[in-house]
Design a protein around this ligand. Structure first.
Ligand SMILES: Nc1nc2c(ncn2[C@@H]2O[C@H](COP(=O)(O)OP(=O)(O)OP(=O)(O)O)[C@@H](O)[C@H]2O)c(=O)[nH]1
Ligand SMILES: [Mg+2]
Length: 144
């Protein structure tokens, strides 16, 4: 399963990515806007699988895994749907689920792209800003 982490610049996406994957991707108070995403795959612990492995002693145990894709936050015109760079759209539309990080922390040393912390506004803005990849994902899913 592939999960894309989305959200406004400086919302804490890479911080969440690091916490979920134990990675050490760089976090910064000023958005780099880099399009190259951070990628990491984590195994899903499953006691049932371990119990079965103890019983049947297989040569190999294959855990389910989750791949996380942490993309850069998009600001300015790119937030108006169609303006998203194609490379970014590819990463997002290829995901099975989106993990939306919305900022709730106030910190003057970490600028907010819209000047102030407002959770409701940011969530509403993000939902309106991402119709294209979401509809592509859902139409791809229904075609299978
Ligand atoms: N005070 C505070 N700072 C945080 C929190 N989460 C993240 N930060 C800081 O906010 C800054 C931005 O965090 P990132 O995780 O890089 O944010 P991002 O959404 O990945 O940013 P972009 O990739 O540039 O869009 C970093 O300096 C983090 O240390 C939080 O919960 N509280
Ligand atoms: Mg980041």
């Amino acid at each position: 399963m592939k999960i894309a982490i989305i959200g406004l610049p400086n919302s804490g996406k890479t911080t969440v990515f690091n916490a979920l994957t134990r990675a050490t991707a760089e976090t910064a108070a000023y958005s780099s806007g880099q399009l190259e995403p951070n990628l990491a795959t984590v195994k899903v612990p499953d006691q049932r699988l371990e119990m079965l492995a103890q019983m049947f002693k297989p040569r190999k145990i294959t855990y389910a895994d989750v791949q996380y894709v942490d993309v850069a936050g998009i600001s300015g015109g790119g937030r108006q749907g169609g303006g998203l760079p194609p490379a970014l759209l590819n990463y997002i539309s290829g995901a099975d689920a989106l993990l939306h990080v919305a900022r709730a922390f106030a910190d003057e040393s970490v600028p907010h792209p819209d000047g102030s912390v407002n959770l409701e506004r940011d969530i509403a803005a993000s939902i309106l800003s991402w119709p294209s990849p979401i509809s592509r994902s859902s139409s791809a899913g229904s075609a299978v």
